[in-house]
Ligand binder design. Structure first.
Ligand code: AMP
Length: 584
C-alpha cells in the first residue's frame, strides 16, 4: 500500500466526514471557540473556592480573567491539591466532583504531580482520539483491512489518603468503560487483547502482546507504542525472548511464566500450534541480525505510530535501523493536565512535525519564551509564526492559568488555528523514557553519592552527564572528575546506587517496574578533563568569564572528548527502591 503525501482525497465514510468537519469548524475560528471555552469553564467553576478568591464577580470574559487570576505552577496549587487528596470534597478547584488524580511523569519534590480530573474530561479525551483515524485515513487508506500492533501498558495505581485513585492518564483510559466497551471498529483493531493491555505485570503484558503480534503478523499494518522508547523496548524484548516465543508458537502451549489467569483464558482461544510460523521466526532471529526486523517480521507495516518529537527524537536513528526507514507518525500532543491537539499531516517526517492545538480542549495562553517584560500571555489566535512560547492552560477540571512547562514554536496555521512544533520541556536535563531529571535533582544525587568519598579523602571536582541511548534500555552516564585518589570499585558502584536512590519516583519506577531505564553508570575521567572541556568550549566561542561546565552533554565531539579520558566505569549493582506509594 502506498503512503500518499499529495492533497488528501475525500473521507471514506460519514463518520470520518463528520470528524473532519468538526476539525474544520474548530480551526476556522479558534478565537471564538476559545472565548466560549473560557466562558464555559468560568461559569462551571464560578463558585469554586479558588475562583472566588479572585473576585471575578461572575465575569467570564478573557480580560477580567487574565487581569485577576494569576499564572501558576504546580507548586502554587499544591495546598489545594493536597486538600483534595486528603479527602476534602468541597468545590476547591472545580465545581464537579474530582473523580481521580492523573499522575504526571513530571515530578514535584521527587514525586509525580497529581492532576485532579473529572469524569467529563474522559469524553473530551475520547473526542480527540476519535479524530486521529479520520485524519490518518486521508494519507494512508485501507487501514480497515488489517490490524495495529500497539504495545500499550497500564501502570500501578495508588489511593490518596482521602480515597481517590491516582494513576497515569493512559492507565485511567485503558481501564475506562469507554476503552473496554469500545465498539468494534475495523479501523481501530489491535492485535493485543485487552487482557494483556490490562495486566499490570509488565513482563506478562509485553510477552502476550508480542506473541499476539507474531501470531497475526501478516495482518499487521501499523506498529506502535505511545512513545518511541516503548516501541524500542518491545523490539529489544523480541531480541531477548524470541526463542521462548517461537517455542510457544511451535507447540501451541503458553509460556508457564504467564500466570495471569485472564490472559491464560484469552490466549487459549488464540494460540494454536503453528510450526511453520515458529520456524520462520527462528530463521529471522537466529542470526541475531536485527536490522529491518520490523518489516521482516511484519511485512505489511506501512508506518510506525510513535511519538518521536521532543526528548524522543534521540530514538529516530534506532527506529530507522529496526524499521528500514518506515515513516514515523506522530499523531497527537497530550498531557495529564489536558489533551492538546493533533498532527494534521501525520506522515510528515519527524523534524517537520507540528501539532494543531484544538481550541475546544481547554483555554490556552502562551507566554513568550524567553519572557518579554512588556508582553504577558497571548491568546491562541494571537501567537506569531516563528516565535517560541510556554504553554499555559485552563481546564474544565479546575486548573487555571497553569504552566505546563512545554516550550512550543509556532510554525504556521491550519485554517486559522496555529500549529506548533514541540521544542522542549523546560528544565529537563536527562530523559530516557518517561523519566525527566532536572539539574537540581542531578546535583543532589551527585552530592549524596559524593558523601561516600569523604572517608577516602576524595571529592567530586566537576561532573556532567549524558543520556546514553545507544543500546536499549538507555541509561544515565555521569562523568566525574575527582580530586584525591579514586576509591575502590565497590565504593564507586555504591555511589552509582546512591545516585539512583536519590532520583525522583518516575526514574525509579522506570528502573524497577518498567525496566525501561538501565543501571546508572559513573565514568571517572582523568584529572584536567573538565579544563580541556572548557578549552574546547572557548575555542568554539564561549566566553571565559561566563563559562560553566555543562551539566549535561549531547554533542558528539564533547561526548567523545570525555570518553577518551575515562579511566574507569562503574554501574549501579542493584535497582533502587520503588513502590507505587508516594514518599513522605
Ligand atoms: P505527562 O505529564 O506524563 O502526562 O506527559 C505530558 C508531557 O509529555 C507533555 O507536557 C510533553 O512534555 C510530553 N509530550 C506529550 N506529547 C508529546 C509529543 N507529541 N511530542 C513531544 N512531547 C510530548
Amino acid at each position: 500500500m502506498a503512503v500518499d503525501s499529495s492533497p488528501p482525497p475525500p473521507p471514506v465514510n460519514e463518520k470520518f466526514a463528520k470528524s473532519l468537519e468538526f476539525i474544520e469548524e474548530m480551526t476556522t475560528n479558534p478565537d471564538s471557540v476559545q472565548k466560549g471555552v473560557l466562558a464555559e469553564i468560568l461559569t462551571q467553576n464560578a463558585h469554586t473556592e479558588y475562583l472566588q478568591r479572585f473576585n471575578l464577580g461572575g465575569a467570564t470574559d478573557r480580560e477580567s480573567f487574565k487581569s485577576k487570576v494569576p499564572i501558576v505552577t504546580y507548586e502554587d496549587l499544591q495546598p489545594e491539591i493536597q486538600r483534595i487528596a486528603n479527602g476534602d470534597r468541597s468545590p476547591i478547584l472545580c465545581s464537579y466532583p474530582i473523580s481521580e488524580f492523573l499522575t504526571s511523569s513530571g515530578t514535584s519534590a521527587g514525586e509525580r504531580k497529581l492532576m485532579p480530573t473529572i469524569r467529563e474530561e474522559m469524553d473530551r479525551r475520547q473526542l480527540l482520539y476519535s479524530l486521529l483515524m479520520p485524519v490518518m485515513n486521508l494519507y494512508v487508506p485501507n487501514l480497515d483491512k488489517g490490524k495495529g500492533l500497539y504495545f500499550l501498558f497500564i501502570k500501578a495505581e495508588t489511593e490518596t489518603p482521602g480515597g481517590l485513585v491516582a494513576r497515569p492518564v493512559l492507565t485511567s483510559y485503558y481501564k475506562s468503560d469507554q476503552f473496554k466497551n469500545r465498539a468494534v471498529d475495523p479501523y481501530n483493531t489491535y492485535t493485543s487483547p485487552d487482557e494483556a493491555i490490562l495486566c499490570v505485570d509488565s513482563f506478562q503484558s509485553m510477552y502476550t502482546q508480542m506473541l499476539c503480534g507474531l501470531l497475526m503478523r501478516e495482518e499487521v499494518l501499523r506498529v506502535g507504542a505511545v512513545f518511541a522508547s516503548g516501541l524500542l523496548r518491545a523490539i529489544k524484548f523480541l531480541t531477548v525472548h524470541w526463542r521462548q516465543l517461537a517455542l510457544d508458537i511451535s507447540t501451541g502451549v503458553l509460556n508457564p511464566k504467564i500466570t495471569d489467569v485472564s490472559i491464560q483464558k484469552r490466549m487459549a482461544g488464540i494460540l494454536r500450534p503453528d510450526p511453520v510460523l515458529a520456524e520462520f521466526m527462528s530463521r529471522e532471529c537466529e542470526g541475531e541480525n536485527w536490522e529491518k526486523i520490523i518489516p521482516r517480521i511484519w511485512p505489511n507495516t506501512i508506518y510506525l505510530d510513535v511519538i518521536v518529537t521532543g526528548a524522543m527524537a534521540q530514538y529516530i536513528p534506532l527506529l530507522d535501523f529496526y524499521s528500514g526507514g518506515l515513516p514515523q507518525a506522530c499523531t497527537m500532543y497530550a498531557s495529564s493536565e489536558c489533551y492538546f491537539g493533533l498532527n494534521m499531516k501525520p506522515m510528515t517526517k519527524p523534524s517537520e512535525v507540528c501539532y494543531t492545538i484544538m481550541p475546544n480542549m481547554g483555554y490556552f495562553e502562551f507566554l513568550p519564551h524567553p519572557p518579554e517584560t512588556e508582553h504577558g500571555a497571548v491568546e491562541l489566535a494571537d501567537v506569531e509564526v516563528g516565535k517560541e512560547y510556554e504553554l499555559v492552560v485552563s481546564t474544565y477540571s479546575g486548573l487555571c492559568r497553569y504552566r505546563v512547562g512545554d516550550v512550543l514554536k509556532v510554525t504556521g496555521h491550519h485554517n486559522s488555528a496555529p500549529q506548533f512544533k514541540f521544542v522542549r520541556r523546560k528544565n529537563v536535563l536527562l530523559s530516557i523514557d518517561a523519566d525527566k531529571t532536572d539539574e537540581l535533582e542531578l546535583q543532589k544525587a551527585v552530592e549524596n553519592a559524593a558523601a561516600l568519598l569523604e572517608e577516602y579523602k576524595s571529592s567530586v571536582v566537576e561532573f556532567t552527564s549524558y543520556a546514553d541511548t545507544g543500546s536499549i534500555p538507555g541509561h544515565y552516564v555521569v562523568y566525574w572528575e575527582l580530586s584525591g585518589g579514586a576509591p575502590g570499585g565497590e565504593v564507586m558502584d555504591k555511589c552509582c546506587h546512591v545516585m539512583e536512590e536519590s532520583m525522583n519516583s518516575v526514574y525509579r519506577q522506570c528502573r524497577v517496574a518498567d525496566n525501561s531505564v538501565g543501571p546508572l553508570e559513573i565514568r571517572l575521567v582523568r584529572g584536567g578533563t573538565f579544563e580541556e572541556l572548557m578549552d574546547y568550549a572557548i575555542s568554539r566561542g564561549a566566553s571565559i568569564n561566563q563559562y560553566k561546565a555543562p551539566r549535561c552533554v549531547s554533542y558528539t565531539p564533547i561526548v567523545e572528548l570525555l570518553d577518551a579520558r575515562v579511566v574507569s566505569a562503574h554501574f549501579s549493582p542493584a535497582p533502587p527502591h520503588w513502590t507505587p506509594e508516594r514518599r513522605g
